[in-house]
Write a protein that binds this ligand. Structure first.
Ligand SMILES: [Zn+2]
Length: 78
């Protein structure tokens, strides 16, 4: 079970929205707790959009870059 907790208030964040971009959070699982930040990315090729922690965005970018091909520089950090 994973929780995203606001680093400032300690409150568990149930649903992310764009007002939270830039917010520092603690991502907790049963075995780890890690500092992260909420961010968003957008792909101008297929218009895929994602909001999440930087760790999950990193995973998204890796998969998404592979989807469009390794030489396509398609992702804009917003
Ligand atoms: Zn795309």
């Amino acid at each position: 079970m994973e929780h995203i907790r606001c680093a400032e208030t300690g409150q568990i964040i149930e649903k992310l929205d764009t007002s939270m971009i830039g917010r520092r959070v603690i991502v907790e699982t049963q075995t780890t707790a890690a500092t992260d930040w909420i961010d968003e990315v957008y792909c101008p090729v297929c218009e895929a959009w994602m909001i999440g922690t930087r760790a999950t965005i990193g995973a998204f970018l890796t998969r998404h870059g592979a989807y469009h091909g390794h030489n396509a520089h398609v992702i804009d950090q917003m």
